[in-house]
Ligand binder design. Structure first.
Ligand SMILES: *Cc1c(COP(=O)(O)O)cnc(C)c1O
Length: 496
């Protein structure tokens, strides 16, 4: 059975999975969604005996139906290998009354590795399938985590080049070091003298520049995006929800068919949407709990049915969730609008024009699977502190937002359903905030001393991703003004 992808914004000819991966965004500006969500063809019993890679194949083959078995298995094997520091690829840790699914055992110690380690392979296979002979150039603007995960994923992948722009003074020391020490002749990292929005707008302008597109075309290149709206990122994320359910079953923590709750620390709504897809594929899930930090647009949306980004943007200790426009929510809006592209487009147009929209009561009724919650900065820090004191387990700030939301939910609702919390980053990645939450005395320590201290407290070895940047050479030193981004791209590609 072949599954095609259609746009959320107009009724147009659906495309194959490989085409949707290559294009990223539909021509009408909508997101690609599968015409239907497929069911798993193996039972949870069977899945519980499989490796991560085997589960990945069972899930992904249902979505990427124009990939052959050999192609898809090849992508999976190249992605989920020794780049991960655990053979199981993800770890399930029981602590403080919940199960933490640790999605940070990849090359850059954040959950984005789960999708970005396979996306380059899905893309190069997709290019071959569609007779694209041009070299693929990935352009990305990053506020920190995505850039490094994309660099690590695309480094030295034949047929690709990757260019990452980041705000020179807007990322953490660890994040900057991770990027500027990136190896691989096909990688290029540039700091810009502006903020993340400047970087993002610059990249969008380059994507929309017809002259530039023509010049690249002549030189044998084609742009693509590693953005989280690409279905090549969404589909691999479904895998770990299926896998974690199967693992709970294998370990006797749940009975066959028993429902679980899933809590996801959310920014762009990609990770939690993958959990929703897993539920729709047949994983027994009761509630999907969407956890926000102080930028609680989604919490307000689930409470009122009104999405309103007109508010102050708050910088928090969970920066990867500091987002006011959750792009992937559009896929859910389209679905609850009864797959009505015109209705979805009307709401998205209202969002870009006035920064807000309100869904109908009918649509709101279809959100019963979701519960919104949020945690303040103080609650997040208190949660890190309390769970460390009670159990010795140390979590990062993003995961702590989810843990805090879960605690409040469990206390209010008395819901005793077993619960999986998506753990999206290693505490080493946000060591300063984490250590400060444990004890204010750490405030004075230098960054790498904090890392050593965290190792002592947690008993978890310093991950390779942190170890290797301690003494690594700085390989990328270019800094440019936002207005010079286009020139930098042409220079790197050897066109000017
Ligand atoms: C990107 C990110 C998130 C948010 O995930 P979305 O899919 O954008 O909702 C949460 N935590 C960390 C550490 C991240 O890097």
């Amino acid at each position: 059975m072949s599954l095609l992808y259609k746009s959320t914004r107009s009724v147009s000819e659906p495309v194959t999975a490989s085409m949707a991966i290559l294009k990223g965004l539909a021509d009408d500006g909508g997101l690609f969604v599968p015409e239907s969500i497929p069911s798993l063809d193996v039972s949870m019993e069977e899945l519980s005996k499989m490796t991560y890679q085997e589960v990945a194949y069972e899930v992904m083959k249902k979505f990427l139906t124009d990939f052959t078995e050999e192609e898809l298995k090849g992508c999976i094997d190249r992605a989920y290998d020794s780049k991960f520091d655990t053979e199981d690829i993800v770890e399930l840790v029981k602590a403080d009354g919940a199960y933490y699914i640790e999605l940070f055992h990849g090359a850059t110690i954040a959950f984005k590795d789960m999708a970005l380690s396979i996306l380059p392979h899905l893309m190069t296979v997709s290019a071959k399938k569609n007779n694209v002979s041009k070299e693929i150039v990935i352009l990305t603007a990053t506020s920190g985590d995505t850039g490094k995960a994309a660099l690590a994923g695309f480094a030295d992948v034949p047929g690709t080049k990757i260019i990452v722009f980041y705000p020179k003074n807007g990322v953490s020391m660890i994040q900057e070091l991770q990027m500027v020490t990136q190896k691989g002749a096909n990688t290029h990292v540039i700091g810009i003298t502006g903020n993340f929005d400047d970087a993002q707008n610059g990249v969008k302008a380059i994507f929309g520049d017809a002259d530039m597109k023509a010049e690249l075309d002549k030189a044998g290149f084609q742009f693509s995006s590693a953005n989280s709206i690409n279905i090549g990122r969404l589909v691999p994320q479904i895998v770990y929800y299926v896998y974690s359910y199967a693992k709970l079953l294998a370990e006797g923590e749940i009975k066959a068919g028993e429902k679980i709750n899933i809590v996801v620390p959310t920014g762009n709504f990609g990770n939690i949407l993958a959990a929703y897809y897993a539920k729709n594929m047949g994983v027994p899930v009761e509630k999907l709990i969407c956890a926000s930090n102080d930028n609680k647009v989604l919490y307000d949306f689930f409470a009122t049915g009104c999405y309103d980004k007109n508010r102050e943007f708050i910088l928090t200790s969970s920066p990867s969730m500091d987002i006011l426009i959750s792009s992937n929510l559009e896929r859910l809006i389209y679905k609850i609008a009864g797959e009505n592209a015109a209705k979805n487009k009307e709401l998205m147009t209202a969002l870009s024009a006035g920064g807000k929209y309100t869904i109908t009561d009918d649509m709101k009724a279809k959100l019963a699977d979701f519960i919104g919650g949020y945690a303040t900065e103080a609650e997040t820090a208190d949660t890190i502190h309390a769970i460390y004191e009670n159990t010795g387990y140390i979590m990062d700030t993003h995961t702590a937002v989810a843990a805090s939301v879960y605690k409040k939910y469990a206390a209010d609702s008395k819901d005793e359903t077993k619960t999986v919390i998506a753990s999206t980053a290693s505490p080493y990645k946000f060591a300063r905030s984490v250590m400060n939450a444990i004890d204010a005395k750490y405030d004075e320590m230098a960054d790498f001393d904090l890392i050593d201290e965290l190792e002592k407290l947690s008993g978890v070895a310093i991950p390779n991703a942190v170890q290797e940047i301690r003494n690594a050479d700085i390989l990328h030193k270019t800094v440019c003004a936002p207005a010079e981004m286009k020139q930098e791209v042409l220079k790197f590609l050897g066109i000017n």
